[in-house]
Design a protein around this ligand. Sequence first.
Ligand code: BGC
Length: 256
Amino acid sequence: MVKELDGKVAIVTGAGSGIGHAIAQTFGTAGASVVVNYFGFEAEARALATELTACCARSIALRADVSDAAAVNDMVQRTVKEFGTIDVLVNNAGIESPAPILDVAEDSWDRQLDIDLKGAFLCAQACGRVMRDHGGGTIVNISSIHEDETFPGFTAYCAAKGGLRMLMRNAALELAAYKIRVNNIAPGAIATPINLQTLQDPAKVKELSRIIPLARMGKPEEVAQVALFLASDLSSYVTGSTYYVDGGMVRFAEPL
Ligand code: BGC
C-alpha cells in the first residue's frame, strides 16, 4: 500500500474532534508523524496520538491556543525538537458563535477572528519559517463555503473565513519561492460537534439536506481525503486554490 505521507511530519490544529480529528487520523494512517493539537477535547487528542503511535508512526498530542503567539511558537519548537522538521500544517482549529449583526458582542467578534483567522496566520508564519529553512512544505487551511457565501447570523465567522481566503492567496504567492504550497478546503455542512444543534434536530437536518445537491451532510473523513491530497505530493502543482467539499451546497439554486 502506498503511504502518501510516509516519513512526513504534520501539525493538525483543533484535532481533538470533528474534521481535525479525522484529518489527523488519515494523515497518521498515511505514514505521517502527527502533532495532534488541541485546546478542548484533551482526552480524545491524547487517545488519538497513542492510537497512531501504536499503528503507524510516532505521534504526540500538544495543547496550544492557536490565537496565542507564544503558545504557537512553543508548539512549533517542540515539534521540531521531537521530529526534526514540519512538512505539513493543517489550520483546522475554529469556532463559530452565531448572533444577528446588530447584537454581536465585541468579545465574541474578537474571539472568532482570533481563533479562526489570526490563529491560522500565527501557525502559518511559525511553521512557514521552519518549512522555508527545510526546503518546503504544504499548508492547508480548513475554511468554509462561507469564505465566499453569505451566512446571515454568522457575520464574524464569515469575516474570519473570508479573511482566510485572502490569507491563503497571499501566502501561496509569497511562499511559492520557498516551495511551500498553500490551499484552502471549504467544507459545507459536515457532521461534527460544530453542527451539534442541527444534528440533534431531524427537521433541521432535513431542511439542510434540501439545499445540498447530494442531499446529505458530509462526513469528516470526506474532508480528510481532500486534505490528504492537498498535503501530499499528489497535489504537487496545486497552490493558491480553494477546494469545496460540500456536496454541491455552494452551487445550490432553487429552480426558477
Ligand atoms: C458551518 C456550519 C454550517 C455549514 C454550512 C460551516 O462552515 O460551520 O455551521 O452548517 O458551514 O452552512
